[in-house]
Ligand binder design. Structure first.
Ligand code: HPA
Length: 270
C-alpha cells in the first residue's frame, strides 16, 4: 500500500484556525467514531471543516465528520476535532497525529481523547465507558517483541483521571479504568489477537488513539483517554461483531458520554 505522507506547514494551519475562532481554548477533545453528537451541545459553535484548513487531509470513514468545532461548554472555551485519521487508511503516524500538533500550536494544554473500542474484559460489557490508565501498542510495526503496558503519567494524567472519576460519580455514569490496546485494523482483531491482548493486560482494543497519546504526552499536554466500549472484542462471545453494533452502542451511550465529557471540561475550568 502506498503511504500517504503529508508535510504540512503547521504554522499556516494554526493561523487559519486562529483566524476563524473567537475563543482561546485550553482544552481540546478528539471525538471518536459515533461520538460526534457531543459537538451538537457546544454553545456559540464555529465549525471549521477540515477542507478549509490548508494542507489538512480529508476524512474517509463512516461515523467521522471531518471538522473542528470551536465553542463553549457553559463559559469554558473548548475545541473539538470530530473525525480522525487512521493508519489503516494509509496515512503515516505524522499525518494521523496532525490534530495533536495543530492543538499544540494553538496552545492547548489538556487533551481528552475519545474512541469507540471493543471490550477485551468480560466485566466491561458493551455500553461501558472506560478511562485509560495505561496503553499498549499492539501494531508490531517496529519490533516483534511483546508490547508492555505504558502507564506513565505523562500519557495518562493522574489529575484528569481523578477528575473523570469524580464527575462520573456525580453524574451517575459508570466509568471503569483500564488499559487501551492499539491494533492496526482495518479488520477487527481475530479471537487469537484478542486473547493475546488480554494476556498482555489490555481491557479494550481499538484502531487509533495511541499515537495521539504518545505525541500529546511528549508535547507536555495533560492527556485523558475515554473509550466507549461498543462491543465485546472478537471471540469473547459467540455473536459476530459488526460496524452497525459499534455505531448503535455509541449512539445508545452518547447521553452518558456527553455528560461525562461536559463535566470534565467544566472541572478543568474550575
Ligand atoms: N476492535 C477494534 N476497534 C473497534 C472495536 C473492536 O472490537 N469496536 C469498535 N472499534
Amino acid at each position: 500500500m502506498m503511504v500517504k505522507t503529508i508535510t504540512p506547514d503547521i504554522s499556516q494551519m494554526v493561523e487559519a484556525v486562529r483566524r476563524k475562532m473567537s475563543i482561546v481554548p485550553r482544552t481540546a477533545v478528539v471525538l471518536g467514531s459515533g461520538l460526534g453528537q457531543f459537538a451538537e451541545s457546544i454553545k456559540d459553535a464555529v465549525r471549521i471543516p477540515y477542507s478549509e484548513i490548508p494542507g489538512y487531509p480529508q476524512i474517509g470513514v463512516e461515523g467521522h465528520a471531518g471538522e473542528l468545532v470551536a465553542g463553549k461548554v457553559e463559559h469554558e472555551p473548548v475545541l473539538l476535532a470530530s473525525g480522525r485519521f487512521h493508519l489503516y487508511e494509509g496515512y503515516d503516524v505524522d499525518t494521523i497525529t496532525l490534530p495533536v500538533r495543530l492543538f499544540d500550536g494553538l496552545g492547548i494544554e489538556n487533551l481528552i481523547i475519545t474512541n469507540a473500542a471493543g471490550s477485551a474484559n468480560r466485566d466491561f460489557p458493551p455500553g461501558t465507558l472506560m478511562a485509560s490508565e495505561g496503553h499498549l501498542d499492539c501494531t508490531f510495526r517496529e519490533s516483534a517483541d511483546m508490547p508492555k503496558v505504558e502507564r506513565g503519567s505523562d500519557y495518562h494524567s493522574q489529575e484528569l483521571l481523578k477528575l473523570a472519576m469524580e464527575v462520573a460519580k456525580s453524574e451517575e455514569v459508570i466509568l471503569e479504568r483500564g488499559v487501551y490496546a492499539w491494533a492496526l485494523g482495518p479488520s477487527y482483531e481475530t479471537p487469537a489477537e484478542v486473547k493475546m491482548i488480554q494476556e498482555l493486560g489490555g481491557d479494550a482494543v481499538g484502531m487509533s488513539t495511541v499515537p495521539e497519546i504518545q505525541l500529546a504526552g511528549e508535547l507536555g499536554m495533560s492527556v485523558l483517554t475515554i473509550s466507549c466500549l461498543t462491543n465485546f472484542a472478537a471471540g469473547i462471545i459467540k455473536q459476530p461483531l459488526t460496524h452497525d453494533e459499534v455505531m448503535e452502542t455509541a449512539d445508545r451511550i452518547s447521553g452518558d458520554f456527553s455528560r461525562l465529557v461536559r463535566g470534565i471540561i467544566l472541572g478543568i475550568g474550575r
